[in-house]
Design a protein around this ligand. Structure first.
Ligand code: ZN
Length: 374
């Protein structure tokens, strides 16, 4: 195996692509894919650059989708986050794990795949805002793309999503997400003469929420979870009871309860002295089921020569949008490294993923030859 996937990763990491500053990386990928015969278009939506690259080889299209943007490196780095550094088999840099590593392996696997005879067309979709997920990324790109293409059979996202080992998990969906904001406004006063401290009642309510059991999950999804993410009073003075306190929560919910059921249950726990704002950010979904799920699992297990799990654990991604247009699976590096300081992917995982993606593309290509199947 050549080192081209590592070289591509090195190049992609060198672009500082904190959302949505991806135009240089998008242009680089565009030039690369043009050389391989792809028809390309940069789809700029608002301040987000996205790339569509299409290689026409037949009436069925395989979609490979990913994001070029990364989160801010933050503090605590030993290395320059925007320069790929290898140490002890680990390749360090912002985005190496989420998801420039998987993407580089997938793009080079595509290059190798298109050298083989196949009547599978390929659509590569790269977005610039997945970490923030405005409407200007995958949503806007798919609105554009589907004006011309609606023959997608399956989408593969080489996203950082594996609970353990690279490639050994097929993510087929995701729980939904809901934000809750609570605000209590009471009386500001001296701590020595306050009788009914509204903060106390507020903390009781916070407790009731974090102890609220939503469901036990099901065969497709883990149990729904509610997490407290912030409590703020903005008070630096020790002898004042402040007049305002807020708390923020996030719920990751499955399809056992409806968003409305959850909202109502939450509201029942909140006294009317506290204001609640509840916003559903995304709904739970299953992006790949039935025959395609089983076939994909077989291809992956044959390639790796071991059994792999299929599930919906982990965070949201562009699959949230893509699944509305096609079957979609996410397969990639371990999620535990995503967004960390000194983020890395191992060289051996890069090699492993490159081979796996190649085998997946070949496997899907063989499947669609059987016209009865499609
Ligand atoms: Zn990602």
């Amino acid at each position: 195996m050549d080192n081209d996937h590592i070289k591509l990763l090195q190049k992609l990491v060198s672009f500082n692509t904190i959302t949505p500053s991806c135009i240089d990386a998008v242009r680089f990928c565009e030039e690369l894919l043009k050389k391989w015969g792809f028809t390309t278009r940069i789809h700029q939506s608002g301040n987000v650059p996205n790339l569509m690259a299409y290689l026409n080889r037949g009436s069925k299209t395989l979609c490979v989708a990913g994001h070029l943007d990364v989160v801010d490196p933050g503090d605590g780095w030993t290395y320059n986050p925007f320069e790929l550094v290898e140490h002890d088999g680990k390749l360090y840099g912002r985005g190496t794990n989420d998801m420039k590593g998987g993407l580089s392996s997938a793009i080079i696997a595509i290059r190798d795949f298109i050298k083989q005879p196949s009547d599978l067309s390929i659509m590569i979709l790269l977005t610039g805002d997945e970490e923030v997920m405005t409407d200007n990324g995958m949503k806007s790109l798919m609105n554009y793309v589907t004006q011309y293409h609606n023959d997608f059979i399956i989408g593969v996202i080489p996203e950082s999503c594996s609970p353990k080992n690279s490639g050994e998990y097929i993510k087929i969906g995701c729980r939904g997400s809901m934000n809750i904001n609570l605000t209590s406004v009471g009386h500001q006063g001296h701590v020595a003469c306050t009788k009914n401290n509204h903060l106390h009642k507020f903390v009781d309510t916070v407790n009731n929420l974090v102890n609220f059991h939503i469901d036990d999950g099901n065969s497709e999804f883990e149990p729904s979870t509610l997490q407290l993410t912030s409590i703020d009073v903005g008070n630096s003075v020790r002898n004042i009871v402040p007049n305002k306190i807020t708390a923020e929560f996030n719920i990751r919910f499955n399809n056992v309860r409806s968003p409305n059921w959850i909202k109502q249950a939450i509201c029942n726990l909140i006294p009317n002295t506290i204001t609640a704002n509840i916003e559903t950010l995304s709904e739970p979904f299953i992006g790949c089921s039935g025959e395609w799920q089983r076939k994909t699992q077989t291809i992956v297990e044959t390639s790796l020569n071991k059994t792999v799990n299929v599930g919906t654990a982990g965070g949201n991604s562009d699959a949230q949008t893509l699944h509305k247009y096609m079957n979609v699976v996410e397969i990639g590096s371990p999620l535990s490294q995503a967004h960390t300081a000194n983020e890395f992917i191992t060289r051996s995982d890069m090699d492993k993923l490159r081979k796996l993606y190649y085998d997946i593309f070949i496997g899907i290509s063989i499947l669609i030859k059987d016209r009865n199947y499609c």
